[in-house]
Design a binder for this molecule. Sequence first.
Ligand SMILES: [Zn+2]
Length: 188
Amino acid sequence: MGSSEGTECPACHLSSLTMSVITVDVPYFGEVILSTIICPLCGMKSTDVHPVGVREPARYVLQIRSAADLDVRVVRSSTSKLSIPEIGLVVEPGSALDGYITNVEGVLRKLLEVVRTMERDLGDDKERIEKARGLIGLLESVIAGNSANDGPLTLILEDPLGNGLMASSDGRVVRSLLDGEWGQGPIQ
Ligand SMILES: [Zn+2]
């Protein structure tokens, strides 16, 4: 555990940030550094993750077929993109989003929260409300350990800097290296 200080808070500009760094052992992968930045005055807090050692631009693909797949470890960094193509869900990377260490269930619960919030803001747009409710039902069902009626959902994590990852004990997570297809190239 270490800490460093001196960067101005982007939220209040009144104080300098305190950063703490801890190392977390991720099963079936290895050590990952979890850094937390806190502003002592306004309470602004931000976390991010990156693995110890060599990092390669990579894509991880998991088909969520059973309750056991919900336990697969997910390290989502601020440079990771998450998507579930079957239902058109994409979480773009961005510094505004915190990095965190979780599992597939944790990712699905976060997505569920996002869709629920979206649904509440739809007003009386009946078509979109119906669509959102269908999505909520599907996510709840998969979180409960049921497989989706139309086949398993596929969770894809892509990280051009190799900071994010998914790790399992067997071959359930398929890893491949990313090449130029990312589009804009590595995120700065
Ligand atoms: Zn602040």
